[in-house]
Design a protein around this ligand. Structure first.
Ligand code: DP6
Length: 348
């Protein structure tokens, strides 16, 4: 019987072949994603099983590229953005232990070389693309050929939001009901909005004091306001589906902003309080509200950090680039390299 003591390793083991066969090297890319209906709170923490379903937009070419090579030294090595990390660093340990879920006791020392083109741990969801790219690279390296839904569920075990980074475009992560969580995975929505733009307002790229994992735990444990969150999230998800089927950008933006502010309200109602905003975050919010008053359709969402992600349409891009100098604009449905991808090289 599965229960809280059921481990990730037990679950992954059910899907693995007896003997792994390593490819010569593998490389995978996964996009970062921004939730429009947020994942906030877990019903089971070992497997990152969420309290609510969520929905995101993937960030096309912004994300993580991860390569896996055999290590000639006999030891695992982890590189982040071109730098070899000490084996004992928290990042290297997390990565090696995730690979260990698949490698089990078979000796395949590897070099994991991972590069983000978004700031690591700055509230721009690099753990999502990081675990998704790692899962895809492992799938290639050990020639596992898991279907996307299984890859999404495995990526979720690394970080919940990583389940959504397996796909591009609009992505929904259904919370699922099974105790082993294998029905808690994401899937892509068949909706194309070529004129949608996401703008990244970088208030601060410093590593945040309280990461999302501890932040959501604190919220669930201490904020009485959190009790209203699951129902609101379910309702917002419905409204976003409606907005997508109506093609209503205004509805999509309004629901996403309201959902983000509601999540932040539960954070603020935690003890000790969690306020991820900085004065510049609030100034940016006020500017957005003033622009909307003046008839410019722009909305924002925010995660567990001070940065804002603007939602707008292509027709307003030039104006918003002037209003927010340094705005990094992503076209989630642009044709060029977008979405998760993998390449694999046979052993020579
Ligand atoms: C606010 O996926 O980083 O960005 O599952 O503990 O790794 P863990 O948490 P994580 O939380 C993301 C929270 C969020 C909302 C979202 O992306 O849905």
């Amino acid at each position: 019987m599965l229960n809280e003591n059921f481990t990730k390793a037990d679950i992954v083991a059910r899907y693995l072949p007896k003997k792994l066969i390593a490819a010569g090297q593998a490389e995978a890319f996964a996009p970062s994603n921004i939730a429009l209906c947020k994942y906030w709170g877990k019903r089971q923490s070992e497997l990152n099983l969420p309290v609510n379903s969520s929905l995101s937009i993937s960030l096309a070419h912004l994300g993580t590229r991860t390569q896996i090579h055999p290590s000639q030294t006999g030891e695992d090595q982890v590189m982040l953005n071109g730098q070899l990390l000490p084996v004992e660093s928290p990042f290297a340990r997390k990565v090696v232990s995730f690979v260990g879920l698949f490698r089990r006791d078979q000796s395949y020392p590897v070099i994991i070389d991972t590069r983000n083109n978004i700031p690591t741990a700055a509230g721009l969801a690099s753990s999502a693309s990081g675990f998704a790219a790692l899962t895809l690279a492992i799938n290639q390296y050990f020639q596992l050929q898991f279907p996307d839904t299984v890859l999404s569920a495995f990526a979720r075990m690394g970080s919940g939001s990583a389940s959504r980074s397996i796909y591009s475009g609009f992505v929904e992560w259904r919370m699922g009901l099974q105790e082993d969580g294998m029905d808690s995975h994401a899937f892509p929505l068949d909706v194309n909005w070529p004129d949608l733009r996401v703008g990244l307002v970088k208030v601060s790229t410093a590593v945040k004091a309280v990461d999302s994992r501890s932040g959501m735990k604190r919220t669930v444990e201490t904020a009485s306001l959190y009790q209203s969150w699951p129902a609101q999230a379910a309702q917002d998800l419905e409204k976003i589906h409606q907005a997508l089927s109506d093609g209503s950008f205004s509805e999509l933006g309004a629901v996403a902003e309201h959902n983000a502010m509601s999540m932040h309200a539960t954070m603020i109602a935690s003890w000790p309080p969690l306020l991820y905003w900085q004065p510049d975050s609030v100034a940016a919010m006020q500017k957005i509200w003033a622009l909307r008053e003046a008839g410019v359709e722009v909305y924002f969402t925010m995660d567990a950090g001070p940065n804002l992600k603007l939602l707008f349409q292509e027709k307003n891009q030039a104006l918003l680039e002037t209003e927010f100098p340094g705005l990094e604009v992503v076209a989630p449905f642009e044709a060029s390299e977008s979405g998760a991808s993998t390449t694999v090289k046979e052993p020579s």
